[in-house]
Design a binder for this molecule. Structure first.
Ligand code: G3P
Length: 217
């Protein structure tokens, strides 16, 4: 399963990329608004240069024509750029247009299997179902990932399932067991994956024993 980092914070992106742990980046307008300093295009270019993999950059228009025009500009920033469009009627049409021009497209804000079907029919490279936001309203976010997996496998769709809005390590484990193609994680969740209290306890005991023996490597 590919791991993407869900952030526009360059320091976090460089920290994870430096560890060789991430396969790409996803951003959205809310994440970008937290760190934007005016030159968004420059920031997007720096993010694309910091990783060797797809970087989702989202349009902010809501009509097909303007989405396509924004999408072309975003795709032109860097070869890693993937245009992110919302799962609306206009977004699906813009997806089809942009894919037809050879661009990669991530269809985002997916909350149902029927929406995921249409994203695949529109030729999306990625579909982003939002697990945590469904859980937030007492839905079954992870069940959605499983159902989309089954439908895509039943019919041979090659759109990749990019599980988004993941909030904790068990979400990531469940995505792997279900067979999501990719998951996107906030930096905090990425680093939580490495933590285990028995690792810390074991390391502490090893080093204490070593020190007491007074040996050196
Ligand atoms: O990038 C989209 C998604 O991952 C957002 O997550 O936590 O704001 O629902 P969240």
């Amino acid at each position: 399963m590919k791991i993407f980092l869900d952030t526009a914070e360059l320091s976090e992106i460089r920290r994870a990329a430096d560890a060789g742990l991430i396969d790409g980046i996803t951003t959205n307008p809310s994440l970008v608004a937290k760190v934007a300093d005016g030159d968004v295009t420059g920031m997007y270019r720096e993010i694309c240069e910091a990783v060797d993999g797809p970087v989702s950059l989202e349009v902010v228009a809501v009509d097909r024509e303007t989405m396509v025009s924004e999408g072309r500009k975003l795709a032109a920033i860097h070869e890693n750029a993937v245009v992110k469009v919302p799962l609306t009627e206009d977004g699906l049409k813009a997806c089809r247009d942009l894919v037809g021009e050879g661009h990669k497209v991530n269809v985002t804000l997916c909350f149902s299997v029927s929406q995921a079907l249409l994203a695949a029919k529109a030729g999306a490279t990625f579909v982003s179902p939002f697990v945590g936001r469904l859980d937030d309203i007492s839905g079954e976010g992870m069940q959605l990932i499983g159902q989309i997996r089954q439908v895509y496998d039943n019919y041979g769709f090659d759109t990749e399932i990019l599980a988004a809005s993941l909030r904790h390590p068990m979400h990531v484990v469940e995505c792997m067991l279900i067979g999501a193609d990719c998951c996107t994680l906030p930096p905090k969740v990425l680093w939580q994956l490495s933590k285990h209290t028995l690792t810390d306890k074991g390391l502490h005991a090893f080093l204490k024993d070593w020190d007491e023996a007074g040996t050196a490597i």
